[in-house]
Ligand binder design. Sequence first.
Ligand code: SF4
Length: 195
Amino acid sequence: MTDLTVNISRCRLCADRFAATHTAHEPRPVVWFKPSARLLIAGQAPGMRVHKSGKPFDDPSGDRLRDWLGLSPSEFYDKSRVAVVPMAFCFPGYDAKGSDLPPPRICGTTWHDQVMQTLDKVELTVLVGGYAHKYHMGVKTGVTDTVRAWESHAPRLFPLPHPSWRNTGWLKKNPWFEENLLPKLRAQVQRVIHG
Ligand code: SF4
């Protein structure tokens, strides 16, 4: 591990915030990157299942994301090629409706610039969900408009919706995503991973 990954792994900045949530959990940063990575998955924050396993996208959302990318689990979890860097490294807890709370802003302001500086081999960035769109692209548009404009950013950047089951209806309403965007994304992933 590098000094940076060790420091993030030991981070406790949100301990009080997490202790005050319904789950009263402790910080468990899920740190998953190496400087050699050429594909960056920029996501939102770990869910409860990932909080327990310590492995990013180790859940049904991850299965769907790997399908979108055309990657096997062994390819996806090869840190030397694929970095997974969410807007917050820890599970933020649940809101009153049982949805995940937003990623704590302090995580991005504390760690993100340092992480991005180490990832200087990245050739393709996949932005998963609205928080990542706003942070990395600086957009103010909603997820649908941002993803619909994917051709303006490809081939180095692909904005995606979150692969959660909650977005299954979105996928049905927006068939262009699977018909047009995903084939281009999979081809670019293969080029970057194996090129
Ligand atoms: S979410 Fe980020 S800032 Fe908060 S404790 Fe985890 S690593 Fe630290």
